[in-house]
Ligand binder design. Structure first.
Ligand SMILES: CC(=O)SCCNC(=O)CCNC(=O)[C@H](O)C(C)(C)COP(=O)(O)OP(=O)(O)OC[C@H]1O[C@@H](n2cnc3c(N)ncnc32)[C@H](O)[C@@H]1OP(=O)(O)O
Ligand SMILES: CC(=O)C(=O)O
Length: 529
């Protein structure tokens, strides 16, 4: 039978220790719901002794019907000189009602004498007493052996004595913590191996930080050496540079190590789970993130795309569908005919049998990129360009002229707050000529407003499109000054998704207009199906 590795998520505790992350109570409860549905075994919800939000979290989470996950509350061993049954932190853990409690305890001698400022003997008492007290309350107890790897390197006998004390007091799992994140995989594998031989009947787990860039690798090394529980956070967020990215570790264990964590069906929800948690934390999944990033299976090199079309495994370490992600072909100056054919197919255009047109479009793309265009994210402009080459492009409207006024009405030098720009467009739709004026805080907003005002009556689908992002880049041209080339990338969204368009000119307004026209034209092509 496939070995199950317990997954223990600490996003709501260690993840919240990440600089810049602050989750509301509702955020935390929504993440619990999502991770439960994904099949995570344990979800560490917070530190009841720390703050009222976490106390309320444990009250509320008890009312949630969870299918799979068990909720863990986090705390520490009792205070020095305090019996466990008189320790407020431990009482808070019992009181919060979580079925699992995880307590962190010192296992590095110098941390005991210098940080806790107590004796090695007293620390052993604190560990044993605290675990025994929580077990006596019928709880599942995880002992987080803080700084275990540094502790083992400094004083192996003492580090082992600490976890032996936790084990003998009844800890259900001893999770060895690579707290400072500086260890390397071969060290972790060796030390976990020693512990597994010293405590053969004790379940071990692993909790790693990423300070040497090895948190996921260290967790996998620990599993190879006998750890049965992996702690981590979604996206690897956590104290300092973060923790093991639990989702990456899960994918590695399932797909590369033949182990069971959430199972292949749930694994296909990996990317959406990463996106959900990132959004809830007000982050986005970094594009280049393993497995779940938008670029994780994106191919830019023409040689790669050509090989992938014949043999998908050529440049993909796993099938992206296994983790709910997808192959993407990027068209740029580094593309070849195969990349372009694959991209066109994803845009609904079959160019596979037409090598001459493919080459002509590719040459056009490369010439335009040399002049500042960039089609990698401008799939809308690429679709319009391909249609022009195929003679399929019939513009929905035609510009006669536009004029933009930027109105600086205040003496302070700052622009007036409302409607500081005004644009007038003269547009032809069929045989109608429309003159319309729009206002906006900036010139592009005003142009967008004027164009919409002119055409929406005749092309009502435009009302469903929204300009959601606008990026300007001045392309390096030494000495060009104000006549340097400007590239504008616009992102537009409708109910079904979003697309990018590009415009290039020495004039920023003209570059913006070109990107704007492509964005509306491609939106209309999409709407027509
Ligand atoms: C490695 C980790 O990530 S562990 C988790 C770390 N996370 C957090 O600290 C977030 C939540 N923390 C908090 O809200 C607060 O720090 C609290 C409520 C836990 C404690 O706050 P305070 O009582 O004001 O103490 P403070 O944070 O200043 O100092 C920590 C105290 O805990 C003691 N302590 C630290 N670790 C342990 C331990 N494993 N066992 C027992 N006592 C410990 C320290 O010695 C110190 O006690 P002292 O001041 O009596 O010497
Ligand atoms: C417990 C924990 O977060 C650590 O030791 O890193």
């Amino acid at each position: 039978m496939t070995q199950h590795i317990f997954t223990y998520d600490c996003t709501l505790r260690d993840g919240e220790q990440c600089e810049g992350i602050s989750l509301s109570l509702d955020d935390k409860l929504r993440i619990v719901e999502r991770l439960d549905a994904f099949g995570i075994d344990f979800i560490e919800g917070g530190f009841p002794a720390s703050n009222p939000k976490d106390i309320e979290f444990f009250r509320r989470v008890k009312e949630m019907p969870l299918d799979h996950a068990r909720i863990a509350a986090f705390g520490s061993t009792c205070k020095k000189g305090t019996p466990a049954d008189q320790d407020q932190g431990l009482a808070d853990l019992v009181e919060c009602g979580a079925p699992v409690v995880t307590i962190v305890g010192k296992t590095w001698d110098a941390q005991v004498t210098r940080a806790l400022q107590t004796t090695l003997k007293e620390n052993l008492r604190m560990i044993a007493d605290s675990v025994a007290y929580l077990k006596a309350h019928g709880l599942t107890v995880v002992f987080d052996a803080e700084h275990f790897f540094d502790g083992y390197k400094a004083n192996p006998d003492y580090a082992l004595a600490c976890i032996r004390a936790a084990s003998e007091a009844g800890a259900d799992s001893i999770d060895l913590c690579e707290t400072n994140g500086g260890a390397l995989p071969f060290e972790v594998e060796e030390i976990v191996g020693v512990v597994a031989r010293a405590l053969p009947d004790q379940q071990l787990g692993i909790h790693c930080h990423d300070d040497s860039g090895c948190a996921v690798a260290n967790a996998l090394s620990a599993v190879r050496a006998g750890a049965l529980q992996v702690q981590g956070t979604v996206g690897g967020i956590g104290e300092r540079v973060g923790n093991t990215d639990l989702l990456t570790a899960i994918a590695d264990m399932e797909l590369k190590m033949g182990l069971h964590c959430v199972g292949p069906d749930n694994l296909r929800d990996l990317t959406r789970t990463a996106q959900f948690v990132a959004e809830t934390c007000n982050l986005s999944v970094p594009a280049h993130h393993p497995y779940t990033g938008a670029s994780a299976f994106a191919h830019k090199g023409g040689l790669h795309a050509s090989a992938i079309a014949r043999f998908p495994e050529a440049y993909e370490h796993t099938n992206p569908r296994n983790v709910g992600n997808a192959t993407r072909m990027l068209v740029s100056e580094l593309a070849g005919k195969a990349s372009l054919a694959a991209k066109a197919k994803s845009l609904g255009i079959d160019l596979s049998g037409d090598a001459r047109t493919l080459q002509a479009i590719l040459d056009d793309v490369k010439t335009r990129e040399a002049h500042g265009y960039s089609y990698e994210v401008a799939d809308g402009s690429l679709a319009v360009l391909i249609r022009r080459h195929l003679g399929l492009y019939e513009p929905h409207f035609r510009l006669e002229s536009f004029r933009v006024i930027v109105d600086d009405r205040e003496d302070t030098g700052a622009l007036a707050k409302d409607a500081a720009s005004e644009a007038t467009v003269k547009i032809h739709v069929g045989n109608r000529r429309i003159v319309a004026t729009g206002e906006g805080t900036g010139p592009v907003g005003a142009l967008d407003a004027a164009l919409r005002m002119a055409i929406t009556e005749y092309l009502p689908q435009v009302a469903n499109m929204e300009l959601t992002d606008y990026k300007v880049r001045i392309l390096d041209e030494e000495g060009a000054g104000t006549s340097a080339t400007t590239r504008v990338i616009i992102t537009t969204s409708d109910k079904r998704g979003s697309w990018g368009t590009v415009g290039v000119s020495e004039n920023i307004i003209e570059a913006s207009w070109n990107a704007l026209v492509d964005s509306i034209e491609y939106g209309l092509i999409r709407a027509e199906g």
